[in-house]
Design a protein around this ligand. Structure first.
Ligand SMILES: Nc1ncnc2c1ncn2[C@@H]1O[C@H](COP(=O)(O)OP(=O)(O)OP(=O)(O)O)[C@@H](O)[C@H]1O
Ligand SMILES: [Mg+2]
Length: 255
């Protein structure tokens, strides 16, 4: 599976979801985590920070760095990671102007694909050109929403974004799941948002990743919660989410 984690809104829990899913998938088959967000948060979740643009995906997409040279090996058991850098934003603007951005990540990752069972790509919290490049490199997309009604609207926007680009950008990625994160089980807004989304044709997953202080603590500790607190409720939720995503992938993509 090549999974891009996307949302039209920032701060919904994408990076935490991408980091934990990558760690769970890696325990089952060799996995590559790709940080396609200039904020470089996915790398930081594993304690990886690129020292320069050339040491990161920015260098790879610019053509100055060979992709294997930028990949960090074994950042967690079974998991390699291609980090980002703030320069990725400018690289994206330049490639967009030159016309090569959309397929750039797909082309960059192609030589590596035979080595990995799964690829997990984290994206910036928008539906801009770098996110489109991530979608183009993926065969599956997961989007995340929270108790905020705006983020639920965002899930529908991701579906339209995929439909629009499938037609004329040669993207094939399917929306395999809409996942609830930062779930406040006591909150009325959370229930209303889930009910509203469940009434749509979006593939809303049943797992809810609960609000948990362990998630930000794990980022500080540079070990996603499934690795640093594997018996916690939130780690359990990320593992269940991973199972749901794989099962949806088998139905929608691998059929
Ligand atoms: N289940 C959770 N419980 C509590 N806090 C969480 C949870 N998931 C994520 N967070 C926290 O919420 C904040 C946003 O999460 P995260 O960085 O994963 O979102 P994002 O969608 O990647 O944001 P951005 O759009 O800025 O990249 C972070 O501080 C993170 O530690
Ligand atoms: Mg993020």
């Amino acid at each position: 599976m090549r999974l891009a984690v996307c949302s039209s809104k920032g701060g919904v829990g994408k990076t935490s979801t991408a980091a934990n899913l990558a760690a769970v998938l890696a325990s089952r088959g060799r996995t590559l985590a790709v940080d396609a967000d200039p904020q470089d948060s996915l790398g930081r979740a594993f304690g990886v920070v690129a020292k320069s643009a050339d040491d990161s995906l920015a260098g790879v997409l610019s053509g100055t760095t060979e992709v294997r040279a930028a990949v960090r090996g074994e950042v967690a058991p079974g998991l390699d990671l291609l980090p980002s850098h703030a320069a990725l934003e400018q690289v994206g603007v330049r490639l967009a102007a030159e016309g090569g951005l959309v397929s750039s990540l797909r082309r960059a990752l192609r030589p590596l694909l035979a080595e990995y069972e799964h690829v997990v790509i984290d994206t910036h919290g928008d539906l801009g050109n770098l996110t489109l490049a991530a979608v183009c490199a993926a065969d599956a997309v997961l989007t995340v929403f929270t108790s905020d009604p705006g983020s639920a609207l965002g899930a529908a926007r991701v579906q339209s974004f995929l439909a629009q680009h499938r037609d004329y950008e040669n993207t094939t990625a399917e929306l395999v799941g809409v996942a609830c994160s930062l779930w406040d089980k006591e909150g009325k807004a959370a229930r209303e948002v889930v009910d509203a989304l469940s009434a749509t044709d979006l593939p809303v997953l049943t797992t809810r990743v609960p609000l948990s202080r362990r998630v930000p603590s794990a980022t500080l500790a540079k070990r996603p919660v499934v690795l640093s607190a594997p018996t916690s409720t939130v780690a359990e939720a990320y593992r269940a989410l991973c199972d749901e995503v794989l099962s949806s992938y088998d139905t929608k993509v691998n059929r």
